[in-house]
Design a protein around this ligand. Structure first.
Ligand SMILES: Nc1ncnc2c1ncn2[C@@H]1O[C@H](COP(=O)(O)OP(=O)(O)OP(=O)(O)O)[C@@H](O)[C@H]1O
Ligand SMILES: [Mg+2]
Length: 254
């Protein structure tokens, strides 16, 4: 269970300015183990910043976060490693998160060394299992990221994150920039992986139509604030916030 309590993040307005810009206003929410969540909102509303705080990549300016009742933003290094072990994020631009000079097999194996200290033969075997799980041909092992399509690069990023065996996996705009059939296929693959492995899924998108397909619970963000969190199973009356209802209408969901 992940709980955030008044988690916030502000950035300096500029090099010569003392004023702060609020990217995420104090936000409280909880994510149950194995749940499927979507964070929806317009561009710049703070979705990625919130996700990066949940994943331990962005230090909050305020508030706290607990995973399984343990605070994660302490000072100890061990705690931080444990945070990365529990929550992984597939970043918005996953291609740039891959080392361009490292073959993808090695890239997927890296967390197996770091988190599980696996020996060579064992990690190669696990790497091939992960590649197969993510619909990557195993003979792509020795390819560089530049030798893969955008969809395949996304699958490598997912395999690499799954290697850590996280409790929670965050997908930040997982299907952005893909054509419609590929978007559909990647979403189906993600849902299938979630069902098989049971991780808590946080799916970030600006597309409400997609959010209601992938998630059981929707969090709506606007202008740095979480304006609503609602469990959705087809009945749109669970959304009471005006902005959420506007997003539903714009997506043609009645
Ligand atoms: N490192 C940073 N330094 C300064 N400002 C930042 C930083 N990261 C994000 N911001 C600002 O915080 C706000 C929220 O950004 P964020 O990336 O979280 O939005 P988002 O909802 O993910 O948008 P999008 O849908 O376009 O990805 C934006 O105005 C952005 O410019
Ligand atoms: Mg973003």
């Amino acid at each position: 269970m992940i709980e955030i309590h008044r988690l916030s993040c502000s950035f300096s307005e500029g090099m010569f300015s003392r004023s702060q810009f609020m990217a995420v206003s104090p936000t409280s929410a909880s994510f149950k183990n194995g749940g499927r969540y979507a964070i929806v909102g317009e561009s710049g509303s703070g979705k990625t910043t919130l996700a990066r705080m949940i994943a331990g990549l962005q230090k909050p300016s305020g508030g706290n976060m607990m995973i399984d009742n343990e605070p994660v933003y302490g000072k100890k290094r061990g705690v931080r490693k444990c945070h990365f072990k529990k929550v992984q994020i597939i970043q918005q631009n996953s291609a740039s998160a891959l080392d361009p000079k490292m073959v993808i097999g090695k890239s997927i194996e890296e967390p197996l060394v770091c988190f599980f200290h696996m020996e060579k033969a064992e990690r190669k075997k696990r790497c091939k299992e992960l590649m197969a799980m993510c619909n990557l041909p195993v003979d792509y092992y020795a390819r560089l990221p530049s030798e893969l399509s955008g969809g395949e690069q996304k699958r490598v990023a997912i395999a690499r994150a799954l290697a850590v065996e996280p409790e929670c996996l965050i997908f930040d705009e997982a299907t952005n920039g893909f054509d419609l059939p590929l978007r559909k296929r990647i979403v189906e693959e993600i849902i299938d992986l979630q069902r098989k492995t049971g991780f808590t899924m946080i799916f970030i998108t600006h597309d409400m139509e997609l959010a209601v397909v992938v998630a059981d619970e929707i969090l709506v963000m606007k202008d740095s604030c979480l304006v609503e969190q609602a469990a959705f199973s087809g009945d749109t009356s669970v959304f009471t916030n005006e902005y959420s209802r506007m997003l539903l209408m714009a997506s043609g969901i009645k």
